[in-house]
Design a protein around this ligand. Structure first.
Ligand code: UDX
Ligand code: UDX
Ligand code: ADP
Length: 485
C-alpha cells in the first residue's frame, strides 16, 4: 500500500490531500503541520478553511484513509511519497526583499525529511517556488541523509482556485508532473505519482515534463491570468474616460475564440495569496538572470493592480466632496473573492487603508471573514500575512473607533454616506437596495468595485452610483478628480 504524507495543512495541502484520499481508498494519506491548532481544526467539525463541498469530502474519508496530525516527523518517516506544501512568503528583508520568495519553511521541511528518513522517498514540490528550487532541495536531501537513501524530487504544482477547490481538484484542466525523466529513478518516480492521479484524471490531462518547465509553468500561468485582469482593469479606466462600458467591451473581446470569455471581469483589483507573490517572484528571477526588460514587463501587471485600487479610493473620496473625514462608509465584502473566507492580499485591505487614511469611519461586513481576521489584516504590514511569526498586534488605528464590523450588509449601511462593494458575494445581488437607501445619509453614494449591482436600478432608487469601467454618473463626471497620490 502506498503511504502519502503532506507537510503543510493549508489551503493547498488540506484540500488536495482530501481529494487524493477520497479518490484512492487504498492509499493512506496523512497531512501534518507544525501548527497544532490548524491540525485540531482539520480534525473538528469546523474546518480551518471555508471551501464549498470540502466538508463532505473530508467527512467521508477522515479517520479511514485520511488523517491530520501534528506528529510531523514520524509520519514523514513512515511514508513513500512526501508532498511539501508549506508557505513560501515574499521576503520582507535582506536580499530581494519585497520580491524574492522566502524559502525558510521549505528548507527546514527538506532538512527534516533528510533527518528522519529511513527509506527511499519521492519528495513532491507542491507549493509554488522559484524555478530551480527542486535542484536546491535535492542537494539538501542528498547531503544530509546519513542512511544515503534515494530521494527523487518531483514538481507537481497545484492549480486549484479558492472557492472552487473541490471541483478543480475533482476535474482538473491538467495535472503537471515535472521530474528527471532522463534517469531511471526519475522515470519511476514520475510514473508512481502519475499512477495516483490516473485514478480519476484522464491520462491525456496528466502532463509530464522536466523539473524546470513544471516549476516555471506555474509562475507563468498565474502571471498570464493576472495579466488578463490587469489588462481589462486598465481598459476599465479608459472606458470610464470614454463613456464605454467595460462589460460590453470584455464580452465582445471574449467572443474571439483565441481570447476566450473567462477571466475578463474588471474589478477593484485582484487579490489572493498567489498572483502578486508569484509575479514578484518571476520579476526577481528575471532580474537575477539579466533580463530587466522582461522583469519590467511583468512588474507592470502588479503596478496596474495597485493603480486600480488607488483609483477606486480616489473615486470614493473625490465623489464625496473630496472629504470622507468622519463619514461612515459601509464596506460590503472583505475576502479577496466570493465563496472563500481568505483575505490574503485582498483589495479590501488597500482600499480600507486608503479610506482610513482619509479619516473615514468604516463599517465592514463579510459573510465569511471574522472580525478578528479583519482587524489583524488592517493592522498588518505588507507581506507579513505569510509570516505567521511576524504577526503584529492590532495597531491603534485598526483597533480604535475608526473600524466597526457589522453582522449583515443592512447593518453595515445603516447611517452610512456610502457603500463600497469589494467582494462579489452572490447575496449582494439580491439585497433590498430600497431599504438600504432609506437607512443612509443623503446623497447616498454607491461604489461597486465588482460589477454586482444593476446600476440603472440603483440610480432609479436615488443612489449616486460608480461602477468600475461603466459610464460615469453625471454627478461624478462633472467633478474634478483628485490626483492619485
Ligand atoms: C490580426 C488579428 O488576428 C485580426 O483579428 C485583426 O483583424 C487584424 O490583426 P493579422 O495581423 O492578419 O490579424 O494576423 P495574426 O494571425 O493575428 O498575426 C499577427 C502577428 O502575430 C503575425 O506576425 C504572427 O506571426 C504573430 N503571432 C501570432 C505570433 O508571433 N504568435 C502567435 O501565437 C500568434
Ligand atoms: C489563482 C489561480 O486561479 C489558481 O490557478 C492558482 O492555483 C492560485 O491562484 P485564486 O487566487 O484562488 O487562484 O483565485 P482566482 O479565481 O484566480 O482569483 C484571483 C483574484 O483575481 C481574485 O481577487 C478575483 O476576484 C480576481 N479576478 C478574477 C478578477 O478581478 N477578475 C476576473 O475576471 C477573475
Ligand atoms: P498554502 O496556501 O500554500 O497552502 P498556507 O499558508 O495555507 O499555504 O499553509 C502552509 C502550512 O504549512 C501552514 O499551516 C504552516 O503551519 C505549515 N508549515 C510551514 N512550515 C512547516 C514545517 N516545517 N512543517 C510542517 N508544517 C509547516
Amino acid at each position: 500500500m502506498v503511504k502519502i504524507c503532506c507537510i503543510g495543512a493549508g489551503y493547498v495541502g488540506g484540500p488536495t490531500m482530501a481529494m487524493i484520499a477520497y479518490k484512492c481508498p487504498d492509499i493512506q494519506v496523512v497531512v501534518v503541520d507544525i501548527s497544532a491548532s490548524r491540525i485540531n481544526a482539520w480534525n473538528s467539525d469546523r474546518l480551518p478553511i471555508f471551501e464549498p463541498g470540502l466538508d463532505d469530502v473530508v467527512r467521508s474519508c477522515r479517520g479511514v484513509n485520511l488523517h491530520f496530525s501534528s506528529d510531523v516527523e514520524s509520519h514523514v518517516a513512515d511514508s513513500d511519497i512526501v508532498f511539501v506544501s508549506v508557505n513560501t512568503p515574499t521576503k520582507t528583508r535582506g536580499l530581494g526583499a519585497g520580491k524574492a520568495a522566502d524559502l525558510t519553511y521549505w528548507e527546514s521541511a527538506a532538512r527534516m525529511i533528510a533527518d528522519v528518513s529511513t527509506s527511499d522517498k519521492i519528495v513532491v514540490e507542491k507549493s509554488t517556488v522559484p524555478v530551480t528550487t527542486a535542484e536546491a532541495i535535492e542537494k539538501i536531501l542528498t547531503h544530509n541523509n546519513p542512511g544515503k537513501h534515494d530521494f527523487q524530487i518531483l514538481s507537481n504544482p497545484e492549480f486549484l482556485a479558492e472557492g472552487t477547490a473541490v471541483a478543480d481538484l475533482a476535474s482538473p484542466d491538467r495535472v503537471l508532473i515535472g521530474g528527471r525523466g532522463d534517469t531511471e529513478g526519475g522515470r519511476k518516480a514520475i510514473a508512481a505519482l502519475k499512477a495516483v492521479y490516473a485514478r480519476w484524471v484522464l491520462e491525456d490531462r496528466i502532463l509530464t515534463m522536466n523539473l524546470w518547465s513544471a516549476e516555471l509553468s506555474k509562475l507563468a500561468a498565474n502571471a498570464l491570468l493576472a495579466q488578463r485582469i490587469s489588462s481589462v482593469n486598465a481598459m476599465s479606466a479608459l472606458c470610464e474616460a470614454m463613456g464605454a462600458n467595460v462589460s460590453e467591451v470584455a464580452y465582445a473581446v471574449g467572443k474571439d475564440s483565441r481570447i476566450g470569455p473567462k477571466f475578463l471581469s474588471a474589478s477593484v483589483g485582484f487579490g489572493g495569496s498567489c498572483f502578486q507573490k508569484d509575479i514578484l517572484n518571476l520579476v526577481y528571477i528575471c532580474e537575477c538572470n539579466g533580463l530587466p526588460e522582461v522583469a519590467n514587463y511583468w512588474k507592470q501587471v502588479v503596478q496596474i493592480n495597485d493603480y486600480q485600487k488607488a483609483r477606486f479610493v480616489q473615486r470614493v473620496v473625490s465623489s464625496m466632496f473630496n472629504t470622507v473625514s468622519g463619514k461612515r462608509i459601509a464596506i460590503s465584502g472583505f475576502a479577496f473573492k466570493k465563496d472563500t473566507g481568505d483575505t490574503r492580499e485582498t483589495a479590501a485591505i488597500d482600499v480600507c487603508h486608503g479610506l482610513l487614511g482619509d479619516k473615514a469611519q468604516l463599517s465592514i461586513y463579510d459573510p465569511q471573514v471574522t472580525e478578528e481576521q479583519m482587524r489583524r489584516d488592517l493592522a498588518m504590514a505588507k507581506f507579513d500575512w505569510d509570516h505567521p511569526q511576524h504577526l503584529v498586534p492590532s495597531s491603534p488605528t485598526a483597533a480604535s473607533g475608526q473600524v466597526a464590523v457589522a453582522w449583515d450588509a443592512y447593518a453595515a449601511a445603516k447611517g452610512a454616506h456610502a457603500v463600497c462593494v469589494l467582494t462579489e458575494w452572490d447575496e449582494f445581488k439580491k439585497l433590498d437596495y430600497q431599504r438600504i437607501y432609506e437607512g443612509m445619509e443623503k446623497p447616498a453614494f454607491f461604489f461597486d468595485g465588482r460589477n454586482v449591482v444593476d446600476v440603472d436600478a440603483l440610480r432609479k432608487i436615488g443612489f449616486i452610483v460608480y461602477s468600475v469601467g461603466k459610464p460615469l454618473d453625471p454627478w461624478i463626471k462633472d467633478l474634478p478628480a483628485a490626483p492619485l497620490s
